[in-house]
Write a protein that binds this ligand. Sequence first.
Ligand code: CO
Length: 187
Amino acid sequence: MLTMKDIIREGNPTLRAVCDEVPVPLTAEDIQLGKDMLEFLHNSQDPEMAEKYELRGGVGLAAPQLDIKKRIIALLVPSNNPEKPEPILETVMYNPKIVSHSVQDACLADGEGCLSVDREVPGYVVRHARVTVAYTDMNGETQKIRLKNYPAIVVQHEIDHLNGVMFYDHINAKNPFSLDKDVLVLE
Ligand code: CO
């Protein structure tokens, strides 16, 4: 199983690389990698496993964070509704691509964090409020999904990793908490 030891941290040049497309049909190795990445996220959100293996909680992971320059991301966005405990988003995406997005922008009120960044970086990370993402799923099938608000922010953070972009690249260095008036601030 993957642990924090497998995750590279900022300063490693792989985090600044543009990753390679994954060949389709998927190889058994790439399918297994996607499964391992999703399993890491499950473990990181499980209080017992997280404590036992000292995992930081994560909702997304990109292959370059494992020092693998492939366009693969895993997403596990938990429910915030106890009546509906199933995750809002649980998937592995191969070669994800934003095919359209809203004009409206959004950011998280509390900023963003990253498993590859061992420090707080305060500031608004402004992204698209809604995105449509095309990707290949673990079965090798082409999918298209429309996401809004928090899951849309998470998928954009992870796709950025495939292009060597870190979340703090989007923070206004001079004025980290300045915002245009029409940006949606997600609590
Ligand atoms: Co990250």
